[in-house]
Structure formats: C-alpha cells, structure tokens
Design a protein around this ligand. Structure first.
Ligand SMILES: [Zn+2]
Length: 382
C-alpha cells in the first residue's frame, strides 16, 4: 500500500457533516483515497510526507461547466464589447468556423494547455462541453478530444443553429443522428435555452432525447433574460441549471423542489458587464449552488476557480465558506459525483494546499496565486 501523509495543516476543510473544518490537522491518503483525518500530532507515519507548514488545505476545485475544446480567438470581440457593444449568442458561430477548420491534434494540444492551467490553479475535476462543431463529424471530434481529458463530457450540439441551416431540421439532426453519433462518448447533454438559441419546446425535445439514451441533463438557463430554461431543468430532473441570472420566484422554487443544482458562472457576467445571478436568493431558498468557470473563448476565458470564488464573494454576496463549498462540493453535486468535492474518509484524495491560513484569502487576495501545492488522486501534481 502506498501512503501519503499531509501533516501540520493549520486549517483542513473536509466538509464533514459534523466537523466540516479541523484545526491543527493531518490527512492520510492510501491508494489515492482519504483514509484518515485527525489531529496532526496523532498522524500515523506514511511512505511519503507533505508538510503543509500550517497552511490551509481545501478540497480540489470541481469545475462543472467548461467549453474547453475550441480553436480561434475572440479577443477582438471582447475588446469591442469593452467599447460598448452588447453580447449576443451569435458570437458562438465565430468559434465554430475556427474549430471546424482545426485538426484534432491542435484541438487536443490547446485543450491540454487549458487543462494544465486549470490544474495549476487547483481544479482537479472538470466537465467539458462540445458545441463548437454543430455538425455530426465535428461534434464527435470534440467529444473524442474531451474523452482524453475528463470523464465528464457533455454533448452541446444545441448550442446555436448554424448559419444557413433550417432550425427545425437542425433540432431533428441534434436529437437524432448527431446524438446517436456521440452517445458512446457523451455522459450528459446540454441545451442553450435562450432567445437567439433554442426555445423551450426545442430544448425539451433535445433534452428528452438525451435522457432517453441515459445521459445526465444540464441546461444553459435564463442567462440573458427570463425564459423557460430553469423550469425545464426542474421538470426533466436535470442535474443542473447553469447561469440562472434572470430567475423568477417560481423558477427558484422549482429548482429547489427538484433538487437541481444552480451552477453560477460569475466570470461570464464580469467579462460581459452583465448583471450577476441572484446567488443569495437561490441559497436562501435552499437551492443547491455550484460555482464554475464557464471557460470559453467568447464570454469567460478563465480557468481560475480561485478567481471565480473571489468574484462570488464580491459580486454574488456569498461568504468565503459558501463560495468554497459551491466551488468544490457544489460542482461535484452538479456532476453527480460523490467521491470528490470533499475530503471525508473515502473521498478521492484531491486537495489544494493554499499559501494562506484560510479560504478567506481566496477572496481577500484576488488575483494572487495562492496555490502552494495540488494533490490529485494522492499524487502531488504541483
Ligand atoms: Zn456555458
């Protein structure tokens, strides 16, 4: 048995039900899994030791919403928005053109760079969506690339209707031939349910087709304005409703009653100078909340979960503890994973040693790299 002890931890966030935080603690990992947590002075010996020097240790971040596989660059569009132009869903087509033209090895190399960047900032589990192919062959290629990066792969053929294509025919393609072509690679299906993308009936048709093939459901819901996305997510038992910027009280109640995770992505709002999601209303109503990067080239080109946490504390009125929990356990719930997002005994040993005494510093010191070490599956990877 190969064991690692992380000792002299000043503050250990485990999210254990009874004692979610331990002071002056140690953690023992055996075969990649948390085997013991307790007072540092009582830590058993192990083959390998990581001395935390009284830093704070938190679970590895779980980023439940990314669009990591793409080609091209939209910095010009970003600059134009800074100069006053609003965001519209059509910008996605720019990335689709570049992505269709890129060979698979280039897509993989770019995505691997972003995944490595995410890992350096403490992300140990992440989801990847397709949605920049919008034809059968390219959507499959994107999910093949994603399969080399993560077990969480979401088919987003219903991202936007490609230019020059009849929308009824496209919805039929997505929920039929395209879904068949990717069903062995995808673990979930998602729809951009929004004015300018897909309406409620179109979204329901695609999601139902995915559910019929055994896929989990995610919904891009209520991002740019009020709409049917959140209610649809609740009706269909989706794992998550993502964005949730423009939600009514009925939407909030439906998400809570159905146990749908609201995945909030504040960097999208930061980058597009849009109103932030009503995180307090969602939390206070009892909706499970996750924080994610929404890493994509159009509206949120970051992989940094520490930055997401800082922004959530500043703009979503979340406490540092709430934000950290949403960025770890919340993300895991949105991905229906029980073994990550916490550090209870039995968890996969994914953890971040922060160069800070507590998680408060993630918000208190925005933009500063506070990641001292990253452990994934019991291996020290940074
Ligand atoms: Zn997204």
């Amino acid at each position: 048995m190969r064991a690692l002890v992380v000792d002299r931890i000043g503050r250990l966030v485990t999210w254990d039900d009874e004692r979610p935080v331990l002071e002056d603690a140690a953690l023992v990992v055996e075969d990649g899994v948390v085997a013991w947590a307790g007072p540092s002075a009582q830590a058993p010996a192990a083959d390998q030791r990581l001395d935390a020097e009284w830093r704070c240790v938190v679970p590895g971040f779980v980023d439940a919403h990314t669009h990591l596989v793409f080609a091209g660059d939209r910095s010009a569009e970003f600059a134009a928005r800074l100069a006053g132009q609003p965001y519209a869903a059509g910008g996605i087509r720019t990335t689709v053109e570049a992505t269709r033209a890129a060979p698979a090895h280039e897509l993989l190399a770019r995505a691997q760079r972003l995944a490595a960047e995410a890992l350096r900032s403490g992300t140990t589990t992440f989801e990847v969506k397709s949605g920049y192919g919008l034809d059968v062959a390219t959507e499959r290629r994107l999910l093949e690339v994603a399969a080399q990066l993560t077990p969480h792969r979401t088919f987003l053929g219903a991202h936007v209707v490609p230019a020059g294509v009849d929308r009824t025919a496209y919805v039929d393609l997505v929920r039929g031939q395209m879904l068949d072509a990717v069903a062995d690679l995808a673990t979930a299906v998602d729809v951009f349910c929004e004015v300018g993308a897909f309406d409620g009936d179109e979204s329901r048709a695609v999601l139902a087709a995915g559910a019929a093939r055994g896929l989990d459901l995610h919904v891009h819901a209520n991002q740019l304005g009020p709409g049917p996305g959140a209610l649809l997510a609740a009706e269909l038992g989706a794992a998550s409703a993502d964005h949730c910027t423009h939600v009514t009280d009925d939407d909030v109640a439906a998400l809570r009653d159905a146990g749908v995770v609201a995945v909030l992505v504040p960097v999208a709002e930061f980058s597009t100078r849009s109103p932030y999601a009503p995180a307090r209303r969602l939390l206070d109503a009892g909706v499970p909340v996750a924080l994610a990067s929404d890493c994509n080239p159009g509206t949120s080109f970051t992989t940094s979960m520490p930055f997401v946490v800082a922004l959530a504390c500043r703009e979503l009125q979340m406490t540092p503890a709430e934000a950290l929990r949403a960025a770890t356990q919340g993300g895991a719930t949105a991905l229906r994973r029980h073994d990550v997002g916490h550090l209870r005994v039995g968890a996969r040993a994914d953890l971040v040693v922060l160069d800070a005494p507590s998680e408060v510093h993630l918000a208190y010191r925005p933009g500063v790299d506070l990641v001292h070490a990253v452990v994934r599956g019991g291996e020290v990877v940074r």
